[in-house]
Design a protein around this ligand. Sequence first.
Ligand code: AHR
Length: 654
Amino acid sequence: MKWISGYMSVLLVAALFAGLASAQSTITVSVGQPGAAIAKTMWGIFFEDINFGADGGIYAELVKNRSFEFDDPMMGWNWLLSADSDGMAAVVVKQPYEETNPRCLRMSASKGQPFGIRNEGFRGMGIKKGQSYWFSVYAKQVSPQPAMSLKIKVGSAMEGTIDNISGGWKNYTCKMEAKSTDSHANLEVFLGSFGSVDLDMVSLFPADTARMTDRPIPGLRKDLVDMLAAMKPGFLRFPGGCIVEGRTLSVRYQWKKTIGDINQRKTIINRWNTEFKHRLTPDYYQSFGLGFYEYFLLSEQVNAEPMPIINCGMACQFNTGETVAVEKLGPYVQDALDLIEFANGPADSKWGCIRAEMGHPEPFNMKLLGVGNEQWGPQYIERYKVFVKAIKEKYPDIVLIGATGSDPAIFPNGPKEVEYLWAELRKLKADIVDEHFYRPPDWFVQNADHYDDYDRNGPKLFVGEYAAISGSVANPDNQNNLGCALAEAAFMTGLERNADLVTMSSYAPLFAHVDAWQWKPDLIWFDNLSVYGTPNYYVQKLFSTKRGDVVLPVTLQGQDENLYVSACRSGKQIILKVVNPSGKAIASEIDLKGVKTVSYAGGTVLSGQPQDKNTIEEPAKIVPAKAAPFNVSSPKFTYRFKEYSMTVLELDVE
Ligand code: AHR
C-alpha cells in the first residue's frame, strides 16, 4: 500500500480492482463535497540573487563593476593601451568623499594612439542584432579645456560617441543599435581626445527592458520577467534565501541601502561569491540595481503578492551564525517597521514618501513578511518574539512567517531543532511556518502524503524551498530532469490536497546562468541571449496556472500504487492533476461523484524519459503538450496516464 489519505482524503485500497476490464485503478472525485479554498498564494516564486540571478541575470545591466566598487576595483576591467600611447587609468577616491560610492576611474592620455578600457561583462555581454542599447556614464572633466569626448565600442556590433564632456559630474548617454548578434561581447570605452576625465557608473543596458502596464521597471531582462509572469505566481518571495542573512551581519541584506538613487546604492559582496570551493565566483557582488523598490514593482507586474524576508539579527548559521544581542535589536526591528511603511504607508508618511518619490505613490499593499530565513535555535525564537511583538502592535494585519531552520536533513541536529522550533512557534501562535526540503526524488514521491496528518490547529504552512536533488545538496552534478520534476509534482499533489493547511509554496533556487551558477538544480536557466524552463519549471507552471479555487476530495483505489492525484474546482470546471512517475502507463477509471453532465475541456501532458532535460541548445525537449483528443460523455470514464508523466485534465461539469 502506498499512501493513505490522511486528512485530505486520498485513499488507496490495496485490493484488486474488478470494475472495468482495462482500468487498473479508480480515481473518485467527490465533486459535490468541496473542501478547502486554495489560497491565491499557493504556488509562488522564490527569488534570490544566487547563480547570477539578479546581477548578471534579470537585472539587465551588462557592465560588471560599473562603479569600481568591487573589493578589487578593477575587477572586470582591462586597459587597452597601444605602444605609442602614454594613456593611463587609475582608480581614485572622489573628493568630496561619497560614503556609498567612493571611487571612480581617472583616464588620461596626452599623446599617441587611442587609449581605453574594456569591460568583460558578466561572462561576456549578450547583444542582439537590431536591438537598441543605452550606454551611459557619469563623467567629470579633470584636465582644463577643451571639452573631452569618449568613443564607445561594443564588440563589432555597435559604436557610439559621447562629446562635450566638460565641467563637474554629469550623466552622459548615447543610444546605439546592434548590427550583429554577439553572445560574449565586451564594452570598450576610449578617450576620444587628449586630457583627463573621471568616469563612474559606466553602464550599458538594452533599451527594451521589461515594462509594467504604465510604468517602466528599471532595466529588467524582458525574457526572464516573461518566464516569471507566465507562471502566474501567487507571491514573490525576495530577496532570498541565505543572502538575507549574509555570512556576517556586516554584509547582511539591508533593504534601505537598496532603494533611492541607483548611484548611491552601496555595492557589497554577494555571499555566494566564495560559498562553494568547487564553484568559486570571485566576481559576484550585489549592485542593488535590483533593490526592494524594484522587487515590489516586479511583484506588481507579475501580479504576485510581495513577500519580503528581513534579517532578524542573525547571520547565516551555516557560516558564522553571528547574532545581535536581543537588547540591541532596535534598529533591525525598526527596519522591519519602516519596510511596512515603505510598502503600505501613505505618500505623506516618511517612508511612503520615498516610495512616492521613486514613482509609486500608491501603496504596494504588502500583506506578508518573513522574519529571518533559515534560522534555528533559541537564539532565533528570542529574536522572533521581539519582531512579532513590535510588528503586530503596530501592524496587526501583517501576516508573519516564522522559520524552522533549513532542511532538517542538512543542518546540525536538524530533526530535533525542527521539533523544538515547531513547538515554540505553535506556543507563540505563529501565523505561518516555513519548511524547506532538498531531498532525493524518491523522498518527494514517498512523501506525497507528508502533510496529511499535520496538526490543523496550529500555524499554516509555507513550503518555502524545495527541490528534488538527484545527487546531494548543491552538488554540481545535480540534474533538472523530468524524473526530478515528476517527483516534485507527486509531492505537489499532496500540497494541493492539503490546501487547508499549506497556503504557500515555492521551488528554490529560481534562476541560474549557464556559465555562472553556484548551486544546482535551479528552476530557470539562461545565458546572455536566451532562457529556458526546466521540466521542474513546467511542473510549477502547470500547478500554478491550473490552480483552481477549492480542493475536491479525491480517493484512489486499485492495485497500482504509482499514481499521485489531486483535484480542484475552478468555477464549473474540474481540474484533475495526475502524476505517474513510474515507467508503466496506467489506465484509470475516473468517477466524478455528484455530477450530472460532463464534457472534456482539455488536457495537458508533460512526459518523456526520466533523464530527459532541457538545455540552451534544446530548450523545448520537455514541455507540456496538448493531450490527444478525448471524448467524455459520462461522469465515469477511463483514461490512460502515460508512463513518466504529469497529466492535467480539465472537465466542464454541471
Ligand atoms: O536555495 C538556496 C539556499 O538554500 C537558500 O539561500 C537557503 O535558504 C537554502 O539553504
